[in-house]
Design a protein around this ligand. Structure first.
Ligand code: 3H9
Length: 706
């Protein structure tokens, strides 16, 4: 079995070991043994002077098999150390021939070989930090010896890979082989064998450090991004060990730190996110045989903030897009914003002038709906009101090709209703809920309407990935996955302010938990007026004076709409986005408590956290039970990528498993009794899982979609 995972072949005087463990050649059980056996066979084979290690398929080795960080490694199976020892003990030079990718343990295996050659288009890196631990098979000790401390530190702490030419320039690889890769690698190996050596190992190279201050500088640089996390700092400690200790002591230190991190909640959460991202693409009714439609041109209706950002996504993906507005003033305004956004990317060095010009040339502004007549896909991004959207779709319906895919960028509305008004477009209407700023945010909720065809859904998912988005399928319900849950989160935050808990305290608790921003600061950013006008439209008169909106109503009456007016729950200095607490909110809190007859505020930080987060879990469970999310891990991805939930906590549903679903269910029932707001109506799925001591991950496993 092992030799089928690693094939042995002799080409002249070179033994070629090919790792063949689809899909990505991870170092699963059997692979290390196969490599060790191959090396042993090559060393016995008198005809062999050198060994080339190569990967079958799309790449070299993608690292350790990540599944095995949660599974026992089979008794007696060889591991990374055995492979590395086999290379180091080999009297014949071993050449790693890297094509596609060498990541994590893949690069570590390669760096333990005597030589490395790369093919063009290859990327090599140590992405372990993204899984919550530092490299654990010598990467933090060998990479600084090959690439220098500064470059190694950067690669290991950020997890970002480098390209083949960079790998050669940095000294990670010895040569770039342009064509006939395996043959070229064999010639390289033969030459090195013929040269007679010495075949130096990375472990024997010195570590040169010019500037000892780089470690603290790196700690400072990552402080914001790595808030609450352990792994990025662990990576720095490991590279420091490479500088301060001899090689073997450095390896021992790396192992100690790796072991401490790999079993942490942070790593479990990040591994959950890794597999969640891969699972999100698996949709019932869609598989590899589902045909995809070609998207060669697009239309966007509405050149506001969202429409402009969406058009930029098309242009960035190289797809020509026509953006339509009602009048030239609005169109010009929208195009000016797009141009400004691209300009900012250029001045920050994130985009070249050529890329800027290319992108702008792909966007055609228009005030004529007819200009969308040829578009393969049209996205509506106008004002969030059903009547307005329906009127716009009636116009789109008039001009669009019969086979065009039509999507609405609504964040709440019933897209089935929109689709029902266009019976001739059966199966071609769905939702694409982008997040603001639409050209930046990775999340896209793809809303599956009742009749959308598998082909059109699959096409939109593929289009989203082409745009660099993470598409998550959601069902048609008010607010889909993210905003529906958000109502509970914002709702509780607003209720707590009415109870006299200061906005800055609630926001501090949530920021310390790891959220990018606290809920009140987010509400100020989004604009308090949006909810206010919705409440007025829906309830009229006094019906809007419900608990949870009383203070927001008073703020809006005073024209305090949040950041855009310089005041909301906080005060904002002119031109600043930094929230400053406002004493007037104290008076409003006092008035609210009086109005609703509430006692003095009495909540601990832990209770504030519960009241913010448990509704997310409870409503998430309801959405899952209703089938409006395909899996709990999709909900986690929505919150991480659209709402600033810390990835290192794995998303709300994964985090709930750490807290204990029984504990959360008990609290939800208690808050339901005491407070009674809809976000506390206990989810039957939460109850069921809690009573059977299962987690949402267990639920996902039981309902796995192929
Ligand atoms: C490590 O190496 C630790 C070391 O320091 C040693 C410690 C002792 N394991 O991404 P894709 C699966 S930690 C298991 O869609 P792509 C993936 O789940 C590791 N499975 O393909 C998916 O399965 P499914 C460090 C893995 O072409 C399928 O392969 N290495 C692994 O878009 C296809 O994946 C990394 O972090 C794995 N290592 O991208 C690299 N990798 O079809 C992680 C993938 O059932 N991998 N799978 O859903 C990647 O970055 C990308 O997969 C790669 C290919 C770029 C390689």
């Amino acid at each position: 079995m092992n030799m089928s995972l690693v094939e042995y072949e002799r080409r002249g005087s070179v033994a070629v070991l090919t790792v063949n463990n689809p899909p990505v050649n991870a170092m699963s059980p059997g692979v290390p043994r196969g490599i060790c056996e191959g090396i042993a066979r090559a060393s016995r084979d008198r005809e062999v002077d050198a060994v080339v290690l190569v990967g079958a398929g799309r790449g070299f080795i993608a690292g350790a098999d990540i599944r095995y960080f949660s599974l026992p490694w089979p008794e007696g199976e060889e591991n990374f150390s055995d492979v590395i020892r086999a290379f180091e003990d080999s009297s014949k030079p071993v050449v790693a021939a890297i094509h596609g990718h060498a990541l994590g343990g893949g690069l570590e295996v390669a760096m333990a070989c005597h030589y490395r050659v790369v093919s063009p288009g290859t990327r090599v890196g140590q992405p372990e930090v993204k899984l919550g631990f530092p490299p654990g098979a010598g990467g933090t000790q060998r990479l600084p010896r090959l690439a220098g401390v500064a470059a190694a530190l950067d690669m290991i702490v950020t997890g970002s890979p480098v390209t083949a030419p960079q790998a050669v320039e940095l000294g990670i690889a010895d040569s770039l082989i342009e064509d006939d890769f395996v043959e070229g690698a064999c010639r390289f190996a033969e030459q090195r064998a013929r040269s007679g050596g010495p075949h130096r190992l990375a472990r024997d190279l010195p570590v040169n450090l010019d500037d000892p201050a780089i470690f603290d500088a790196m700690r400072g640089k990552i402080a914001r991004r790595a808030r609450g996390m352990r792994a990025p700092y662990a990576c720095i400690e490991c590279v420091e060990a490479a500088v301060n200790l001899d090689f073997d002591a450095g390896i021992a230190e790396e192992r100690r730190i790796f072991e401490a991190c790999v079993h942490s909640d942070e790593s479990k959460a990040l591994r959950h996110v890794f597999f969640a991202e891969r699972a999100a693409g698996k949709i019932p009714g869609i598989d590899k045989s589902t045909p995809l439609r070609e998207i060669a041109s697009a239309g966007v209706v509405g050149a506001g903030t969202m429409g402009g950002g969406i058009a930029m996504n098309f242009a960035n993906a190289g797809i020509p897009v026509t953006i339509v507005e009602r009048n030239s003033e609005a169109l010009e305004r929208g195009m000016a914003v797009i141009s400004r956004n691209y300009g900012a990317s250029v001045s920050r060095g994130r985009m070249s002038e050529e890329a800027h010009d290319r992108a702008m040339a792909l966007i055609t502004p228009s005030i004529a709906m007819e200009d969308l007549a040829d578009a393969d896909v049209i996205i509506e991004a106008v004002f969030e009101e059903m009547a307005v959207k329906k009127a716009v779709f009636a116009e789109i319906d008039r001009v669009a090709r019969p086979d065009a895919i039509l999507t609405s960028n609504t964040s709440y509305l019933n897209i089935d209703d929109i689709a029902a008004a266009m019976p001739d477009r059966h199966g071609r209407v769905l939702g694409t809920h982008f997040f603001s700023p639409a050209n930046v945010m990775r999340l896209l909720e793809v809303v599956r309407t009742a009749n959308v065809s598998a082909e059109n859904l699959a096409t939109v998912m593929a289009l989203a990935r082409r745009m660099g988005k993470l598409p998550i399928v959601a069902g048609v319900c008010h607010g889909f996955i993210g905003n529906r849950m958000l109502e509970g989160y914002f709702g509780e935050a607003s209720l707590m302010v009415e109870e006299g808990i200061a906005p800055e305290r609630i926001d501090r608790v949530m920021f310390e938990f790891g959220m990018a921003m606290g809920p009140l600061a987010v509400m100020d950013l989004a604009g308090l007026d949006i909810g206010w006008s919705k409440r007025k439209d829906a309830g009229g008169g006094t019906a809007i004076e419900r608990r949870g909106s009383w203070i927001a109503n008073r703020l809006c009456e005073q024209g305090r709409f949040g950041q855009k007016t310089g005041r909301g729950y906080y005060i904002y200095e002119k031109g600043s986005r930094t929230p400053t607490p406002d004493a007037e909110i104290d008076d409003l809190m006092e008035a609210a408590r009086h109005h609703f007859g509430l006692g003095p505020p009495d909540l601990s930080d832990a209770q504030i956290l519960e009241r913010c987060l448990y509704p997310l879990v409870n409503i998430g469970a309801t959405i899952l039970a209703e089938g409006h999310a395909l899996r709990a891990s999709d909900i986690d991805l929505v919150y991480i990528n659209g709402y600033g939930f810390p990835a290192w906590r794995g998303g709300p549903m994964h985090w709930a498993g750490n807290v204990g679903l029984d504990r959360i269910h008990e609290a939800v029932c208690r808050y339901h009794r005491e407070l009674g707001f809809p976000q506390w109506a206990p989810s039957s799925l939460l109850k069921e899982l809690a009573s059977s001591s299962r987690t949402f991950e267990d639920h996902d496993r039981d309902h796995r979609h192929a």
